[in-house]
Design a protein around this ligand. Structure first.
Ligand SMILES: [Zn+2]
Length: 257
């Protein structure tokens, strides 16, 4: 089982990170991709990956932190992207829900990192919240300029129609805890409709904890709850969901075991 998106360097794991890593190993999780969200967490992700066989890393600046992006940050990200266990640029994108950085700056920094991904020939992990149309417009343009661009839309929260557009572009969709929330109609619909070849499982730990643990801290070991929910919704065998989505995760990140 693979968790395609977690933040094990988050403060909420400070006290027991080693135990949380043991927990996922003991619970059948073979790989975790730890996601960078600013320069510090990108460095922490690389450090974690280089010290744990089962962890891989991405490097990038989240839209929340776009206001702190500059040429020095970009140079350091580019250098980090060359490290052996770094498998993607991300998470990058737009967040109009919190608006922690001005929207124009979010867009500019999103573009700069898409160009970085093109230079270093890496796939991209996308974060998009309350910014569906702008994210789609930018990614469409980016795909036109760089036909090799492959993205993973993490914690996908858009419509079924938009999911189909991303699938047509050859992109992947990652689903997590939201598919288990009682009031979450659209994520459930997306979980049923997305072609299995384009689907990845994720926890987004420590956030987005699936039911029945919603409200508590999330951990990679709970990726199994996501797999079970998706299997239920699609009427599939859970082991089949796990093996097919694992293959997609390895393909997307270019991880050869
Ligand atoms: Zn994340």
């Amino acid at each position: 089982m693979i968790d395609s998106h977690a933040h094990l360097d988050d403060n909420r794991f400070k006290k027991d990170q080693a135990q949380v890593i043991k927990n996922f190993e003991k619970n059948g999780v073979d790989l975790v991709v730890n996601i960078g969200a600013d320069l510090v967490s990108s460095k922490s992700s690389v450090f974690l990956a280089e010290n744990n066989e089962r962890i891989y890393a991405t490097v990038g600046v989240h839209p929340h932190d776009a206001k702190n992006y500059n040429q020095d940050v970009e140079d350091q990200l580019e250098m980090l992207s060359g490290r052996e266990k770094v498998v993607a640029i991300g998470e990058i994108g737009l967040d109009y829900y919190y608006d922690f950085s001005p929207r124009e700056i979010q867009k500019e920094v999103f573009w700069k990192q898409l160009e970085l991904a093109k230079r270093v020939k890496m796939p991209v992990v996308i974060h998009s919240r309350d910014a569906d149309q702008d994210t789609m417009d930018i990614l469409k343009q980016a795909k036109k300029e760089n036909p090799d661009l492959i993205c993973l839309i993490h914690c996908y929260s858009g419509s079924v129609e938009m999911m189909r557009e991303y699938v047509k572009m050859g992109f992947y969709i990652a689903l997590g805890g939201a598919t288990t929330f009682k009031n979450a109609k659209t994520p459930k619909k997306v979980a049923m409709e997305v072609p299995i070849e384009n689907l990845l499982l994720e926890t987004d730990s420590p956030y987005m904890t699936p039911e029945p643990n919603r409200g508590k801290r999330n951990e990679p070991k709970y990726v199994r709850l996501v797999a079970e929910q998706i299997a239920n919704l699609r009427g599939m065998d859970v082991e089949e969901v796990i093996s097919l989505t694992d293959k997609n995760t390895l393909d997307f990140y270019g991880i050869a075991l």
